[in-house]
Design a protein around this ligand. Structure first.
Ligand SMILES: Cc1cc2nc3c(=O)[nH]c(=O)nc-3n(C[C@H](O)[C@H](O)[C@H](O)COP(=O)(O)O)c2cc1C
Length: 269
């Protein structure tokens, strides 16, 4: 008691009085250290979280420098589809992120039938052989072009699809992007039904169909002049005798498909 009166517990002389205060100080110090440790822990966890988020953001953002392999595979008898194919290629080229190869599918008609049809010589683009089928497996995207035959895709393109059974079996084309363009002789001749017959080919092969939708713009709604193409893709009318050539609208739409496909392929990967 005497020591209590003489000291008030502030000088640390008396064990009796000093102990609770020292304990409190020690407790305070310990709590302070704990707090500091916790704050450090939280800070380092925040830094770690931010770094992870930054990494995830970078991974999710499309790699602007990445290049994509795109094949354009077409069949033409009179050259309309070849014209559209070149324009689709131009559109892809303008995007600047695609390496493009243009191929024809093998002809299935005998020479004498082609002669009867009045078919001009074939374009110079190489024919995609069976040995080159691995190009499809290596591609990021494939765009097919074909004229209609009796409202459905032409037999040459169908035969080509039929020859891909070995890739289908291995699932080599699953998840790749694909689009198409088409031509018909007349307005009611199959602009839409031909597209429909192509969709089933893509579906079975596991190809992801990229329709152009209405991305080409408001002219798609115009009745000013007849034009091929639809939300399924660009198209042209050859005319009953094949003399009509792709119109400016149809040509621009074909180029648009190339540009649009390049955008989608970048966004997709
Ligand atoms: C055997 C045969 C069947 C055809 N069937 C259709 C048809 O059903 N509807 C149509 O609009 N045009 C039809 N056409 C016209 C072609 O679609 C037209 O010639 C083609 O679209 C032109 O494209 P190309 O110049 O690239 O060969 C047919 C042509 C041939 C030779």
């Amino acid at each position: 008691m005497s020591s209590l009166l003489s000291c008030f517990g502030c000088c640390g002389d008396s064990e009796e009085i000093n102990t609770p205060s020292a304990n409190r100080n020690a407790e305070r110090e310990a709590a302070g250290t704990k707090n500091e440790q916790q704050q450090k822990k939280v800070a380092s966890a925040t830094v770690e979280k931010e770094a992870t988020l930054e990494k995830q953001k970078k991974e999710a953002a499309p790699d602007q420098s990445r290049r994509f392999k795109v094949l354009i595979i077409y069949y033409t008898t009179y050259g309309h589809i070849k014209k559209l194919a070149d324009l689709v290629k131009e559109g892809l080229e303008k995007s600047g992120n695609c390496d493009i190869e243009l191929f024809q599918v093998p002809e299935t008609l005998p020479e004498e039938v082609l002669k009867l049809l009045g078919a001009p010589p074939k374009p110079e683009d190489p024919i995609l052989t069976f040995e080159q089928h691995n190009k499809l497996a290596e591609a990021d995207g494939i765009i097919f072009g074909f004229p209609t035959r009796f409202g459905a895709i032409c037999a040459q393109m169908k035969a080509f699809f039929d020859s891909l059974g070995h890739l289908w079996q291995k699932g080599s084309l699953n998840g790749k992007l694909a689009s198409f363009f088409f031509s018909t002789g007349t307005q009611g001749g199959g602009q839409e039904t031909t597209a429909w017959t192509a969709i089933s080919q893509l579906a079975h092969l596991g190809l992801l169909y990229v329709p152009s939708g209405y991305t080409f713009g408001s002219e798609m709604f115009s009745f000013e002049e007849p034009h091929g193409g639809s939300p399924y893709g660009p198209g042209t009318f050859a005319g009953a005798d094949g003399s009509r050539q792709p119109s400016p609208y149809e040509m621009q739409y074909a180029e648009h498909l190339g540009k649009y496909f390049a955008t989608v392929i970048r966004r997709f990967h």
